[in-house]
Design a binder for this molecule. Structure first.
Ligand code: ADP
Length: 163
């Protein structure tokens, strides 16, 4: 009997993608048949990179993961998950401070669509302090961001702050 394909979506702003996001993506791709990284268009968050730029950066970073696809959405994440026939949404958890927001979001998503399971994964300890906002601030002020983001993302970020 052929088992059903298990697809999971990993939504986020990814402005830009960093090594913590990639750690979660690598782990999730090993567990599920297909992982879809989904860029939330999120204009209200005023992202530094356009959604097309964020997608292109992610695509470069995940070329070595065979079962990954990159997409974008504008709207409710549960609706997007349903349109992809995904079984679950994965989110990263870094600190207790992430928990409160993620817990509320997960409960809301269960109310909106009980079929879609929310799952949480912790990154390797070395990525626990990483977030896109801090990386952008350090890059803007001329600090060294190597080790936090892939080279291609670093070049794109430095380019943004040069212009
Ligand atoms: P959002 O604005 O949707 O939180 P982010 O791009 O900041 O978007 O994060 C997307 C997802 O990646 C979230 O689940 C977030 O908790 C997770 N994440 C962010 N940074 C890290 C990290 N350093 N390690 C693991 N997961 C992370």
């Amino acid at each position: 009997m052929q088992s059903e394909m298990k697809r999971i979506i990993y939504p986020g702003t990814f402005d830009p993608i960093h090594n913590g996001h990639l750690d979660i993506a690598n782990r999730a791709a090993k567990i599920f048949d297909e992982l879809v990284l989904v860029v939330a268009i999120n204009k209200e968050k005023n992202p530094l990179f356009t959604s097309d730029e964020r997608i292109a950066l992610i695509e470069k970073c995940v070329v070595d993961i065979k079962n990954v696809r990159v997409s974008s959405f504008n709207g409710l994440v549960v609706d997007y998950a349903k349109s992809e026939e995904a079984v679950a949404i994965i989110r990263g958890l870094r600190h207790v401070s992430d928990f409160e927001f993620e817990f509320q979001m997960a409960m809301m998503n269960y109310n909106l669509n009980p079929e879609i399971t929310s799952m949480f994964m912790m990154p390797d300890e070395k990525y626990i302090h990483l977030n896109s906002t801090v990386i952008k601030d350090v890059a803007r002020l001329g600090g060294d961001i190597s080790g936090y983001i892939p080279e291609s993302v670093k070049s794109a970020l430095l380019e943004k702050y040069r212009s």
